[in-house]
Write a protein that binds this ligand. Structure first.
Ligand SMILES: [Zn+2]
Length: 186
């Protein structure tokens, strides 16, 4: 699935696990961090050539069990030794992998297998009836997640916009609270 849908899934899970912005941010990161292995696309664009690095590394080191396991001690520290949140981080990380397996087929029809046991195995996990990344189930899911995001923003009292401007975020949240209800928590 695309990065926006992954981010919305993470946020939706995060606001249900905690009302603390740092916790919600951690769970949101869990939902997008596997796509760090798409970084090769930037190098390919700079090189102005074929998608060599993207094709070589995408769905490998970011979408594997080893990467998740290496992250968990860091997340445990960042979450102030919150074992529950660390476990949820692993769960949402794997939810990203599941979403990619069911609905991330490329425009050219390639299934982009998940190399879960990379670098120990080059066997990719793919689903034969995987739908395209821009197929209607993904569009519907994204629309529902956007609605949920706006509704939950009214309840928790902030959005990621707060990272850019607290004033703008307050205006947005106040508007959403008038529509959906909810109490602003400064
Ligand atoms: Zn992915």
């Amino acid at each position: 699935m695309n990065i926006i849908t992954h981010a919305l899934i993470g946020w939706s899970a995060g606001v249900r696990l905690s009302t603390r912005a740092s916790d919600i941010a951690l769970i949101s990161v869990a939902s997008i961090v596997p796509d760090i292995d798409a970084f090769g696309a930037i190098i390919d664009i700079i090189n102005g050539g074929e998608a060599f690095y993207f094709s070589t590394f995408h769905h490998k080191f970011g979408h594997c069990l080893l990467f998740c396991l290496l992250l968990l001690p860091v997340i445990y520290r960042l979450s102030h030794k919150n074992l529950r949140l660390t476990a949820w981080f692993a769960g949402v990380f794997h939810l990203h992998l599941f979403c990619d397996i069911v609905g991330a087929r490329g425009p050219d029809g390639y299934a982009w297998p998940i190399y879960y046991l990379w670098p120990f195995s080059e066997d990719g996990v793919a689903w034969s009836v995987q739908w395209h990344v821009n197929a209607w189930p993904n569009i519907l899911l994204t629309c529902l997640l956007i609605f949920d995001f706006l509704k939950q923003a009214a309840l928790v009292g902030f959005t990621p916009l707060r990272l850019v401007s607290r004033e703008a975020d307050n205006v947005l949240v106040n508007t959403l609270q008038k529509r959906f209800g909810g109490h602003h928590e400064p």
